[in-house]
Ligand binder design. Sequence first.
Ligand code: TRP
Length: 359
Amino acid sequence: MTPPVVSVEDPDTHLYGTRCFMTQANAATPTNVMLSAIQPTSQLTLGNYLGAIQNWVQLQDKYNCYFFAVDQHAITVRQNPEALRQATLTALATYVAAGVDPQRSTLFVQSHVPEHTQLCWILNCYSYMGELNRMTQYKDKSAKSGENIPAGLFTYPVLMAADILLYDAKLVPVGQDQKQHVELTRNLAQRLNNLYGDHLFVIPDCYIGSKAAKVMDLQQPTRKMSKSAENTMGTLFLMDDEKTILKKFKKAVTDSDTVIEWDKERKPGVANLIEIQSAITHTSPEEIVHNYTGKMYGHLKVETAEIVLQTLRPLQQKVHQLMEERTELEKILRHGAEKAREHAATTLKRVHDAVGFYT
Ligand code: TRP
């Protein structure tokens, strides 16, 4: 009996590239890779710490983690070069100071691993203008760019897809604002898998940690705390000094009532302070409210500042130490990039073979 003939040249058959995959030893298999990254566009905030980094520390027991600073994403809007360099190093130092273990997790700088942009180019060729145009972050950021919108802002999510797919990541802990980008990553991965075989890419999922805190702006408590807010009084930077931290909490916007209750709708400012305490002390908001019976907003503000300071003091000390004796941090970064490249190169080779590059 003659075997059925499959046309490998026909882009519309989903068997297009199956042939080359059958012979690929390193095809992607289900993994327990977790991967996340932060843009070093300015200093990191309490929101980054309580909403992301603090949780990464727990997750490294369960997953094979990759955490990095995305300096290439950062330049989609103009950066001061020296500030970017400094913020990149400080971000990595903060991960380590917060307890991310460089022995277990892979910590690195995105631009140290050239495979990110290499895969990004390929994915660009499979991304549609229409789908990139629908990204809400692009719409927001391009609206602020005036007439000259950098093309990098448009293809930003494709680079993020490359970040994720290179490491066969299964889980990606991100905030609400990045979900759409992970969704695009899934679509791209699926699109290439349909063309070239299911073993090309692992399809990632968003990981929404139940414990991840969403820290709100101290001045506009219905908005998420952001590195780039115009009024920095609402943003608590991890490296703020004690006086500034105390001042920002004392001036935190609450409401004209006096009773301390945990009600995000009616009392977003108060609820934010309670939740910050809760995220740090791992005490439930109900219990915190109970402890404040009969007390005033002033107590809540100052005590929240003190609790934050207790966590930030040792963190800041460790960050300063790592930044001063640069050798340890350097070693961590270089070693991290090497480990990352091993994985990234394997994936990129698989993709090169699939799309028809002569390797
Ligand atoms: N775009 C993300 C943000 O601004 C940062 C990011 C880049 C990222 N690459 C990533 C997050 C990969 C998770 C996975 O928050």
